[in-house]
Design a protein around this ligand. Structure first.
Ligand code: UD1
Ligand code: MG
Length: 451
């Protein structure tokens, strides 16, 4: 029987992210609808660690709130990545398991890669440090991993401190590291700041460990998994990569995307089997879609549940709290917010349904508006099963339309309508026989006289 070896994860998120030119901390910028640090936490969680510490800067309460209930350690001054890890020491006191250090700005890392790092740390050669490496097409300003003749890791040089020859090395530091906790505290305490930036570089740990005769190892990851975000352009690059991943997962799970490159998913989008998604559909966070649903082009969905067999769009907007029942049809230019549309109901054209229930098999005509807001309060509209709402009707909430009732087109309904009742609330039609013809003749005569 193997004994449980404890695991701790430290996520560095104290950097101000100056290059983002933002009032918001870098790690709160969203990728696929979730803050970057949330992606890192999700990957970490998959390893079921015994401790997680997120290192934040002073006053980053919003980051602390975003990562709760995980504890945060404050790095008071941005003195480099080694100093950032050092800030977490208080919360890890006496810990002697394995410690994985991650960056809050590297959100695409997968649990498999983290597992590979931990496994490499626990291999027989017992390396003090395992560094995650990558070989990007353009190594740019990444730190370089310098290997020794035996293929072990000898040192990491930051780009600014690297020689011409070292800069030619294609193997780069992705930033993530796994440590033997029993040796980590001492190694990091010995890191100095004699370098181009005058910072305490975590990367120096390798040389110090080697100096003591310890081994250090490298695990390689696909560059797309370890892109770090330092600018808005890199944020867009990471978004592109994660969308590619999410689209592939959707298709692998049995959805058809007719033009995958144009569909935008969120980290938590859930699609059933045989769902068809047209071009230019956006899934904001919180969308759950049942089996055999078709979502036509240019539809925008957020915090919505759609049950099986429903047809949505094109050009539909389903906002938070929309619950679309089985086999419902929601058509073009229809907006639904905080409303339950029950089985088989149809809301097909140019309509706003907010704070409402639409009963099973009801038919809501073109241009219907639920007037849910009087400038102060939101009120409910309740439409019964099988009701028929004529086109261009306004339903002034609070109001209840009974089962099977019919509302005449163009009505403004302000009081409840009983079941199976016809309600018409508009001016009665008048007809003046021959009036139009007489009108035209008079006007033509006047014109002729003038000429
Ligand atoms: C770092 C590595 C570099 C690697 C690159 C990969 C060091 C010295 N360099 O450079 O070798 O190729 O990542 O992306 O480690 N942070 C703090 N406190 C600090 C400084 C940084 O919490 O005082 C955090 C940042 O919020 C960020 C992470 O550490 O999440 C990395 O910092 P960053 O400044 O982006 O390092 P790079 O210059 O990208
Ligand atoms: Mg970085």
């Amino acid at each position: 029987m193997t004994t449980h070896r404890p695991l701790a994860c430290v996520i560095l998120a104290a950097g101000k992210g100056t290059r983002m030119k933002s009032d918001m901390p870098k790690v709160l910028h969203r990728v696929a609808g979730r803050p970057m640090v949330g992606h890192v936490l999700a990957a970490v969680k998959a390893l079921d660690p015994d401790h997680v510490v997120v290192v934040v800067g002073p006053g980053m309460d919003d980051v602390a709130a975003a990562v709760a209930p995980y504890p945060t350690a404050v790095q008071h001054e941005q003195r480099g990545t080694a100093d950032a890890v050092h800030s977490a020491f208080g919360l890890l006191e006496g810990f002697s398991g394995d410690v994985v250090v991650l960056y809050g700005d590297t959100p695409l890392v997968t649990p498999d890669t983290l597992r590979a790092m931990v496994a490499a740390r626990r291999q027989a050669s017992d390396p003090a440090v395992v560094v995650l490496g990558m070989r990007p097409d353009d190594p740019a300003a990444y730190g370089r991993l310098i290997l020794n003749a035996r293929g072990g890791l000898e040192k990491i040089v930051e780009y600014l401190d690297a020689t011409e020859d070292e800069r030619k090395v294609g193997l780069c530091n992705a930033g993530l590291m796994a440590f033997d906790g029993a040796r980590m505290f001492d190694l990091i305490n010995r890191i100095g700041n004699a370098n181009a930036k005058g910072e305490y570089y975590l990367t120096d740990v390798v040389q110090i460990a080697r100096g003591d005769g310890m081994t250090c190892a490298v695990v390689e990851a696909a560059p797309a998994e370890v892109v770090g975000v330092n600018s808005r352009a890199e944020l867009a690059e990471v978004e592109k990569l994660i969308q590619r991943r999410l689209r592939k997962a959707a298709m692998d799970n049995g959805a058809t995307l007719t033009d995958p490159d144009t569909v935008t998913f969120s980290f938590d989008t859930k699609l059933g089997r045989d769902v068809i998604v047209g071009p230019h559909v956006v899934f904001a966070p919180g969308v759950v879609v049942g089996d055999r649903v078709e979502i036509k082009s240019f539809t925008h969905l957020e915090q919505v549940r759609i049950e099986s067999g429903a047809q949505i769009g094109p050009y539909a907007r389903l906002r938070p709290g929309a619950e679309i029942g089985p086999d419902v049809h929601i058509g073009n230019f229809v907006e639904v917010k905080n409303a339950r549309i029950e089985a088989g109901a149809k809301v097909n054209h140019l309509t706003y349904i907010g704070d409402a229930r639409v009963g099973a098999k009801a038919n809501v005509g073109a241009g219907t508006i639920t007037c849910n807001y009087d400038g102060y309060n939101k009120s409910l509209t309740d439409i019964g099963a099988g009701a028929f709402i004529g086109s261009n009707s306004s339903l002034v909430a609070p109001v209840k339309i009974g089962d099977g009732a019919i509302i005449g087109a163009g009505s403004v309904i302000t009081t409840d309508v009983e079941a199976d009742t016809l309600a018409v609330a508009r001016g009665r039609q008048q007809a003046y026989s021959g009036w139009a013809k007489r009108f035209r003749e008079r006007k033509q005569n006047e014109k002729a006289k003038k000429a």
